[in-house]
Ligand binder design. Sequence first.
Ligand code: ADP
Ligand code: MG
Length: 169
Amino acid sequence: MTSDCAVTIVCCTTSVQHTRKLGGAVATQSDTGDVIVLVGDLGAGKTAFTQGFAQALGVTVPVTSPTFTLANRYQTDGEMVLNHLDVYRFDQLEEAHDLALPELLDEGIMLVEWGDTILALLPPDYLKVTIRFGFGDDDRMLEVKGFGAKWQERAKGLHEALKQWYQPC
Ligand code: ADP
Ligand code: MG
């Protein structure tokens, strides 16, 4: 993983619905082969972000945490598939090799909760969303960072899509 950070956007949300909507806004800027790495403590909102992301791509079934299944696969209303992974329990990178990541990437978009633990296995272009708790119970700060040429090209579109959430926490 050698790409430089191409774009950084810091956003705040004040409800789970807002975080879902923000996830949906990121989905509008995403395409087949993309990797979204989700970082944050338990209960931060990684799955909530994924729910909004999936909904924006036309996924109609409920999106739940894949903690016990490694990967959940969702059909979007287009050609591509959304693969939702949670690698929290992985002790070693070898376990992640069993996931056949290249094949999953070929199918569409991949969102990986705790994905920073397997960065070495992911493509150099990726979007990293770090979610932190804010002052109030429902306040969250989301740092959206794009790495690689792919996200550099999309920096303007991403800023535009997320501008309603730029605000001080
Ligand atoms: P994670 O996948 O990071 O462990 P989840 O998305 O499963 O976290 O859970 C987030 C929890 O925090 C949910 O219960 C959700 O209702 C709550 N929540 C409260 N405010 C927010 C917010 N602003 N953004 C996301 N989740 C929030
Ligand atoms: Mg989760």
